[in-house]
Design a protein around this ligand. Structure first.
Ligand code: AMP
Ligand code: MG
Length: 349
């Protein structure tokens, strides 16, 4: 398949390009588009064949459900059983990097939801994503636009590495601002009423959710822990090895001084790549350094993480060292991605 690449700087001025992309979606084709989180690999969420094509293009197991993207928060009610808690979340965080899982309406086929009776809905804030979904007139099912097992793409060049020849069109909207996939929450109901569980942390943090709702939000076990073989998970994506570069990743836990001297020692004998903080650069040998921003600048760390993991592969190192992120605030989202990239390998130094 020939993939068309289009640079989109202004979706209003480039309405003709957006209409062509929307036409591809409506007729069952695949279009990669930028969002504020990562690039998405989009197809018509109401078309079972389009969903199958998405799974094939990604090389993704088809029991791993897709997130559907809507043009406005109210549109969710056409595809899912929304309720008062959804409305509160929508008011606080949408459009934006939050995905909400709710019971599905029959218009969304089981092939889109990986066979589940629930559907994940998100309303992105990126102007190109918004313009495309609005023009398509259908919800767009879109997982991250990487080959299964590769880090999510945060720029069009990384999309092209994985998806050239596998999709009809790639809309290049530049670098994704956030760089980590959306926060995912699940809405449930029990005898006491509705409640929320955090299934995947992201730019919208556990603390943000609790502050906005004025109540505690449950944290899914799969976020922090390694799941036992064959475990039943609430978010099927959690059971797959994710975000893994080809070079093994080791996370280092210890005081800043201990980690730095460990890295200095390893550089003497090992071909290592290091996802390092800016403050460490003057104290390390320059070869193999992949800076992720200042120690306290978690937003830059999030923005650069996936690009750095991709780069680490091209360095042909024996090992990639990285810091174990804190587990609060945005750190929890970084922690969740990095323990997966490292297949839970943490070394205390
Ligand atoms: P991605 O599209 O690559 O950002 O991954 C989407 C993730 O959302 C999946 O891997 C699942 O873990 C999660 N997800 C999507 N839909 C559902 C659902 N209906 N129930 C539980 N988890 C879901
Ligand atoms: Mg993904």
């Amino acid at each position: 398949m020939q993939t068309e690449h289009i640079l989109i700087t202004d979706p209003t001025e480039q309405a003709t390009d957006i209409r062509r992309a929307a036409c591809i979606i409506r007729t069952g084709g695949l279009v990669v588009f930028p969002t504020e989180t990562v690039y998405g690999l989009g197809g018509d969420a109401t078309n079972a064949d389009a969903s199958r094509r998405i799974y094939a293009a990604k090389g993704r197991p088809s029991d791993n459900p897709l997130i559907i993207h809507v043009a406005s928060p109210q549109d969710a009610a056409m595809y899912a059983d929304t309720d008062a808690l959804y409305d509160r979340l929508a008011k606080a965080f949408m459009p934006g990097p939050l995905t909400v899982i709710m019971p599905r309406k029959p218009i969304i086929p089981l092939s889109t939801t990986g066979g589940l009776e629930t559907v994940a809905v998100r309303c992105p804030s990126h102007p190109v994503a918004h313009a495309l979904i609005a023009a398509a007139g259908v919800p767009i099912a879109a997982p991250s636009a990487n080959l299964s097992g590769k880090p999510s793409p945060t720029c069009a060049a990384h999309v092209a590495q994985d998806m050239d020849g596998r999709v009809d069109m790639i809309l290049d909207g530049g670098d994704c601002e956030i760089g980590l996939e959306s926060t995912i929450v699940k809405l449930d109901r029990d005898g006491d009423g509705e409640f929320l569980t955090l299934l995947r942390p992201g730019h919208i943090t556990l603390e943000d959710l609790e502050r906005a709702l004025g109540e505690e939000v449950e944290l899914s076990k799969a976020i922090l822990e390694k799941l036992p073989e064959g475990a039943v998970v609430r978010s099927p994506g959690m059971k797959y090895k994710h975000y893994a570069p080809a070079t093994p990743v080791v996370l280092l836990e210890g005081t800043p001084e201990h980690v730095l001297s460990y890295l200095q020692e390893r550089q003497k004998t090992e071909r290592c790549a290091i996802l390092c903080y800016d403050e460490e650069i003057p104290h390390l040998l320059p070869g193999g350094l992949l800076p992720v921003g200042a120690r306290d600048d978690l937003a830059t760390h999030a923005h650069t993480l996936f690009a750095r993991l991709r780069e680490s592969d091209s360095l042909h190192a024996d090992v990639v060292y990285a810091h174990l992120p804190p587990r609060e605030g945005l750190g929890l989202a970084l922690y969740n991605r990095m323990i997966r990239a490292a297949a839970h390998t943490v070394r205390k130094v």
